[in-house]
Design a protein around this ligand. Sequence first.
Ligand code: SAM
Length: 210
Amino acid sequence: MNKGIWLNSSRGIQDIQNLLRSYLEAVIQPGDVVVDATAGRGRDTLFLAQCVGDRGKVYAFDIQEEALTSTRELIKKHDLEKRVEIIQASHSEIAAYVPPDIKAIVFNLGYLPGSTSKVATRAETTVPAIAQALNLLRATGLMAITVYRAHNHALEESEALLAFLTSLDKKEFSVLQGIYLNQKKLSPYWVIIQKNRRKTNESSPAEKNT
Ligand SMILES: C[S@@+](CC[C@H](N)C(=O)[O-])C[C@H]1O[C@@H](n2cnc3c(N)ncnc32)[C@H](O)[C@@H]1O
């Protein structure tokens, strides 16, 4: 994949996804295994499939048939079916489908763009899904979360998410937020989480308990 093809340079950071994608694109290498936790119309799945190359793999989750159909069609149109496994299940079950050592995981919260359906992500499933997904990341792996706050229960979801993310141990994770300071109060924002590399003589809290 040519680096930078997803950058919409005419809109720059007016597009909330631009900076996030350019960072993901720099970090994801051919052959990596990655996850799209909210497939929707498949745009993130396609982006990830292009980043991982022929030897890589994308697991794409959604609970709505309409979203999975759109994603399947987009991936087929680009002839990338071999790189993508589409899973109709909640991302809160991610650990049952995805092996550990994942390089990058993308969550794009909210509802399916262009749908009349009001099925949107919810705090009760988003926070446990993100907690599980962080365990699946490999050292130096990334999670990218984009948070839209226009849907019902979005504020509840955003508050629960920020409470969880601010509690993460800074030695284990670096958590960076990108937010528009000069837009309306509930404009979208993103968060990038990196699982930090541990020193070889340091054990994880889970290892200490065994
Ligand atoms: C903002 S859209 C995602 C946009 C998408 N990444 C794209 O490129 O078009 C959010 C999606 O999350 C899905 N969703 C809601 N709850 C979910 C859950 N518990 N597990 C997986 N997907 C969920 C919705 O069905 C919706 O398609």
